[in-house]
Design a protein around this ligand. Structure first.
Ligand SMILES: Nc1nc2c(ncn2[C@@H]2O[C@H](COP(=O)(O)OP(=O)(O)O)[C@@H](O)[C@H]2O)c(=O)[nH]1
Ligand SMILES: Nc1ncnc2c1ncn2[C@@H]1O[C@H](COP(=O)(O)OP(=O)(O)O)[C@@H](O)[C@H]1O
Length: 186
């Protein structure tokens, strides 16, 4: 049985989205109450909605899981995951440790969890080049230790530092090759 969903977990700016893009398989678009960043597109990067809508979706039972991360809600709709689990098209998603825990409990054998890490200082510098706001950088790094301490729930961990950039890329290519062999729809 091939994997249905490839999940990326790790601290902010460790490179989850970068490696997800390299893997290049369709993405699950999750929901968030945070504001879009420059260049982010609604319905492509996230479904950007208000906190109220997120809470409504949760209360109405439409969310498989929902987490609060640095003051904003993030969540995955049940519909998006059920579609994958009954369908043939493998997808990828980026999630925090809380979301991964729930997915693993529900779909242990059907998901491959890739942990992505980098040194805190490198993450800080990457965040600084993205967010000019120092406070925002500090907020995002506040969960660094928690994300690192839960990496044992990942099936594979990629150390995605500047020095390892090429190696990380090759690891993703190896994973992709294996997945293609496993799944004729990729
Ligand atoms: N549990 C859960 N976490 C999510 C979901 N979507 C995104 N995240 C996580 O929310 C956190 C913040 O994401 P984002 O605001 O895009 O910031 P970034 O990680 O700093 O690029 C990251 O750890 C994501 O993995 C989701 O649907 N569920
Ligand atoms: N191996 C690497 N070396 C240096 N910079 C990287 C590496 N991987 C990703 N980056 C850069 O780090 C920043 C954060 O990456 P991103 O994939 O958005 O992280 P995340 O999704 O984990 O928050 C981006 O500017 C990206 O280009």
């Amino acid at each position: 049985m091939s994997f249905k969903l490839i999940v990326f977990q790790g601290p902010s700016a460790s490179g989850k989205s970068t490696l997800q893009a390299l893997l290049d398989i369709p993405k699950v678009v999750t929901w968030t109450s945070r504001a879009p960043r420059e260049g982010e597109v609604n319905g492509v990067d996230y479904h950007f909605v208000t906190k109220e809508i997120m809470c409504e979706m949760f209360e109405e039972g439409n969310m498989l899981e929902m987490t609060k991360y640095q003051g904003n809600y993030y969540g995955t709709s049940i519909l998006s995951i059920n579609e994958i689990m009954i369908g043939q098209q493998m997808k990828s998603v980026v999630m925090d440790a809380n979301g991964v825990k729930i997915l693993k409990e529900r779909f242990h054998d059907k998901i491959l969890v890739i942990g992505v890490t980098a040194d805190k200082e490198q993450c800080r510098l990457r965040l600084l080049s993205r967010d000019t706001d120092d406070k925002e950088v500090t907020r995002r790094l506040a969960s660094y230790e928690e994300e690192m301490s839960t990496l044992s729930q990942c099936d594979i961990v990629i150390y995605n530092t500047e020095e390892n950039r090429e190696k990380a890329k090759r690891m993703i290519n190896y994973i992709k090759r294996g997945l293609v062999e496993d799944n004729e729809l990729l």
